[in-house]
Design a protein around this ligand. Structure first.
Ligand code: PXP
Length: 243
């Protein structure tokens, strides 16, 4: 079974729109666990636009599943990660003006820095993952900085407007997954995944162990509730894997 990590940032986004106490990402995470989520993902951005420091603290203390903490590779966030000791730290690029994470990390241009970040988190027993585009050069660089895993950015595939374009992205994802597996990196995937578009990923991109999914699950939770929305996604992944 490919493990599902549910990203609860989007719950915090709604709360922060009113700067109030609801909806609560922790409550959503607990319901996601009831719905069958393997783990919970939260991105503490430097600008604190959605998830806040206290969310991370409460999530770590009160969820019973693994916490995947997404951060930029900056000193403040590395210190928070080391203090929090999540199950896994995922390094993502951050730009102030972006709506959501746009594109993967350029591992190649910061190898020494990422090697050092990885060393610092791994010596605390935290898994070290890098969010990258499906680019062989970035996969090789991820191996050189001793990441445990890479999360392949499925955003461009999800956003592609026609079949040709989608197929091109699938080919890139497939090649990157094979390359990562061959050099000993674990393979995860995420960004823009839905019950509709995940089936091609499951059938065409090998070696995926984990999905990180937020927006689609949280969006559907408005109609069917968080627990059911997660159940539906878990069911969808299971059904595709049986085909
Ligand atoms: N993976 C990473 C690194 C992300 O930044 C995000 C978005 O928060 C996701 C996965 C999940 O993407 P989505 O919300 O589109 O499902």
């Amino acid at each position: 079974m490919i493990k599902l990590f549910v990203n609860v940032d989007h719950v915090a986004t709604v709360r922060e729109a009113r700067q109030t106490y609801e909806p609560d990402p922790l409550e959503a995470a607990l319901l996601a666990e009831k719905g069958g989520a393997y783990g919970i993902t939260a991105h503490l951005r430097e600008d604190r636009r959605h998830v806040q420091d206290y969310d991370i603290k409460r999530l770590k203390e009160l969820i019973s599943s693994p916490l995947n903490l997404e951060i930029a590779a900056v000193d403040e966030m590395i210190k928070i990660s080391i203090d929090t000791k999540p199950f896994q730290v995922s390094i993502v690029p951050e730009k102030r003006q972006e709506i959501t994470t746009e594109g993967g990390l350029n591992v190649l241009e910061q190898e020494d820095h990422l090697l050092n970040v990885g060393q610092r988190v791994k010596e605390k027993g935290i898994l070290f993952s890098l969010f990258i585009d499906p680019d062989l050069v970035q996969v090789e660089a991820s191996k050189r900085v001793r990441a445990d895993s890479i999360e392949l950015n499925t955003g461009p595939y999800s956003a592609a407007s026609n079949t040709d374009e989608k197929n091109q992205h699938i080919t890139l994802l497939e090649k990157a997954a094979i390359q990562a597996h061959e050099c000993g990196l674990r393979v995860f995937a995420g960004h823009g995944l839905t019950q509709e578009n995940i089936s091609t990923i499951i059938h065409k991109v090998p070696w995926i162990e984990e999905f990180n999914i937020g927006h689609h699950i949280v969006s559907r939770s408005i109609y069917v509730g968080m627990e059911q929305s997660v159940k539906d996604m878990v069911h969808c992944i299971k059904t595709e894997l049986k085909k």
